[in-house]
Design a protein around this ligand. Sequence first.
Ligand SMILES: *Cc1c(COP(=O)(O)O)cnc(C)c1O
Length: 390
Amino acid sequence: MKDRKLLMIPGPVEFTPQVLRAMGMATTSHVAPNFVEVFGQALERLRQVFLCPSGQPFVVAGSGTLAMDIAAANLVEPGDRALVVNTGYFSDRFAAVLERYGAAVTQVRAPAVGDAPSLSEVEAALRAGGGYKLMTVTHVDTSTAVKVDVRGLAALGREHGALVVVDGVCSVAGEEMRQEEWGIDLALTASQKAVGVPPGLALVMAGPRAIEAFRGRSTPVASYYSDWASWLPIMEAYLARRPSYFGTPPVNLLWALNVSLGQILEEGMEACFDRHRRLSTALKAAIRALGMEQVPVRPELGATTLTAPYYPEGVDRAVLGQIKQAGVILAGGLHPVIKGRYFRIGHMGAVTESDVLATVGAIEKGLAQAGYQFPAGAGLIAAQATFTAG
Ligand SMILES: *Cc1c(COP(=O)(O)O)cnc(C)c1O
C-alpha cells in the first residue's frame, strides 16, 4: 500500500498538485521574460491576498523568521521604543529580533498561557509608554493557537502613533485579515503556511507609513541581506515587468507562489476565510466531543488556522505516533510552559472537509489505542454535524 500520510501541522502544510508541479518545472533564468511576468504577477496577487491594494510587497528567499528580521531591520533604529503584545513563543521571538536591532522593548504579556492581553491593557501600556515607534502583534500564536483582535489592536496602535506590525505567519490567507482597512502598517508571513507553497519564501507587505518610516531613517539598516534599500528597487522593477538583480530569486518557489496565490484568489478571500472558519468550527467541536480541553482559555480566542488540544487524562505524546500510524501527522506542543501536555493540529491552506474528517478519525483511533475511553465516533459525529448544518 502506498504510504500516504496527511500532514496536518502548522506548516509546512499539504500543497496542491499544481503547486508541486510548478516546483518541478525546468528552472529558467531569473531575468527570462516568462519569469519576470510570473514574479510581477505574484507581487500583484500578494496585494490582493493581504487585502492591501496600496502595499509594497517584498518576496525574499528565507523563512518567516527572515520576514520578522526584515520588518525589524528596516523599521527600527537604535534606541527606538517598541511595544510587543505577547501571546507566546513567536511574540517572544519578535521581541528578541527587535532588541537585536537596538529597540527598547516593552512587553504586554498575556495573564496566562492560552490567554491574550485585553485591549484595555494594551491601551494602558500605549498610554503609559508615552510614544512607541512601533507595536508588534502576533495574529495567531502558533505555540498556543491563540488569536488576538488584530483589528482592535491596530486601531489602538494607530491612535497612539505607533506603526502597527503584524506577524501573520500563521494567519495570512487563512484567518480573516484586512491589512489596509484595519490600518496595519506591515504584515508578514512565510510560504509554507496558509499561503500553501513549500518552505523558502519570506513574504512582507509594507504599507505607505512603513515605507515612509524607512525612508526617514537617520541610520543605515544594520543587516546587509534584509535592507530595503537593496530590495525595494528589485520589487519595483519586477512589478513594472523589468528584470533586476540583487540576490538570485528562488525561481521555482516563485512560480509555485504565483500558482498558489492564483488558486487562493480563484476561491476568493471571503470564501477562503469562510472555509477556514467552517473547518475550524467542525474540528473544535470534534475535540470537545472527545472530552479534550483546548489551550485557548476562551472560545473566541481560538484561531481558525490551528487547534491546540490538551491530551486527555492518561494520554501523552506517544499518541501522536499512533495517530500517525492511522495516517495523519500532527505536531507536539511548543510553548515551553505546557510543552508536554498538549498537541497541535494545523488546518490552513488547501484543507478540505475530508481532511478534517480523516484527521478526527485518526485521532479517535490513536486515542482508542492509547487506552482512552470515549464513545466511539463521537468526534466524527460532531464534525459531520457541523458540516451538514452548513
Ligand atoms: C511559523 C511561524 C514563524 C516562523 O516562521 P519560520 O518560517 O519557521 O521561520 C513566526 N511566527 C509565527 C506566528 C509562525 O507561525
